[in-house]
Design a protein around this ligand. Structure first.
Ligand code: NAD
Length: 342
């Protein structure tokens, strides 16, 4: 039985608590939030024996094996480093930070203290996404010529006004770093490594520091290119969150509310997986999808059996590096070449 502590009892924490509740190999023994009633209410709702507003207090609990970090993104490295220094494994919500340098400090501290680091990218576990990744790994596409990701969502001003950290450079970043980060992760996972990025971002309508819209063009090291088109200004509601892969021998498009449904699947040669396409669709009620349950299962298996985790710190770093390259290209008005020099 692995014992979890969770910091940050806000919106996404519900997915964590529920995933942990469903897992017979996990128990959540403590939770923490600087807003007292959030920690208290979570403890009451999920039957958690200890709650606190002071993170240090939670870290003193010896039998906690792993800390789940659900605080604002800019705080993930600091909270992860504190957990690692207390000998706890670290599971960070995405993105693992908002600056690559801080993410590197977290990875280094986890290495030095001998704890494991996991980054939540739950969409990788969607059955539709797994089918696509398998087709890529088996070479069914032949050469991948182009990948296009569209994230045409709606986030009104009151979404950003819900919490002071949203849309700030220090704690959140903009549409690329927050809302589109799953799509960025999937594009680089499907087609990477990325050689270079040209990007243009802007804050067209929302009163926030970071961008509400942007376009990034990627060149892959093995050939081929991608574009990632993102806006939080779609009228009047979310229109599309999709990824299209155009290869030599195959064309696939995945969409739905949380890249949970294959919309187009066409390959030159038949494969038994073709029969799994229709049943791979899931029906989540939000863009967060269902993946946290499967994600926790993979983390727990990895800790118990030493299996390779689906996404460790170095895997999570790749999409953060791409996000940082997007911002760099926009700032400098030229191609940002990877790997970035930190
Ligand atoms: N995987 C996903 O699909 C997904 C979806 C939504 C959010 N997220 C990520 O989860 C994180 C949190 O997002 P959210 O929407 O739940 O935000 P939120 O504002 O609803 O929750 C954050 C919580 O952290 C608490 N907090 C802040 N500083 C703290 C501190 N020093 N100590 C203890 N608690 C502190 C806040 O009081 C708040 O309750 C972000 O990094 C976001 O990118 C991931």
């Amino acid at each position: 039985m692995l014992k979890f502590g969770l910091i940050g009892c806000g919106r996404i924490s519900k997915n964590h608590f529920e995933a942990l509740h469903k897992n017979p190999d996990a128990k959540i023994v403590a939770c923490c939030d600087i807003i007292e009633n959030r920690a208290q209410e979570a403890a009451a709702k999920y039957d958690i024996p200890f709650w606190t507003t002071k993170y240090e207090e939670m870290l003193q609990i010896e039998d906690i094996d792993i800390i789940s970090i659900c605080t604002p993104s800019g705080l993930h490295p600091e909270h992860g480093i504190m957990a690692a220094r207390h000998g706890k494994h670290v599971l960070s919500e995405k993105p693992m930070g908002v600056r690559l340098k801080d993410a590197d400090d977290l990875i280094k501290t986890c290495d030095q203290t001998g704890v494991r680091l996991f980054v939540v990218m739950q969409n990788r576990l969607n059955p539709s996404i797994r089918l696509i990744k398998k087709a890529i790994d088996e070479g069914r596409f032949g050469k991948i010529y182009m990948i296009e990701a569209n994230v045409f969502w709606t986030r009104p001003q009151d979404y950003y006004d819900m919490a002071p950290w949203r849309g700030t450079w220090e704690f959140d970043g903009g549409a690329f770093c927050n809302q589109a980060s799953h799509y960025i992760d999937l594009v680089q996972w499907f087609g990477g490594p990325v050689e270079g990025v040209m990007a243009y971002t802007d804050t067209l309508a929302r009163h926030i520091e970071a961008e509400d819209s942007g376009i990034a063009i990627l060149k892959f090291r093995r050939g081929g290119m991608a574009s990632i088109n993102v806006t939080m200004l779609t009228y009047p509601k979310n229109l599309e969150g999709s990824i299209t892969i155009l290869g030599e021998y195959g064309t696939v498009k995945v969409g739905g509310i949380a890249v949970n449904q294959i919309l187009h699947w066409d390959f030159a040669k038949y494969h038994d997986d073709d029969r799994l396409v229709a049943e791979s669709a899931t029906n989540p009620d939000s863009v967060y999808g269902f993946g946290h349950t499967a994600y926790y299962r993979s983390v727990i298996d990895s800790l118990k059996n030493g299996d390779n985790p689906l996404l460790d710190g170095r895997g999570g770093r790749k999409s953060l590096e791409l996000i940082e390259a997007i911002y760099k290209s926009n700032r400098e008005r030229k191609m940002a070449v990877l790997p970035l020099q930190i």
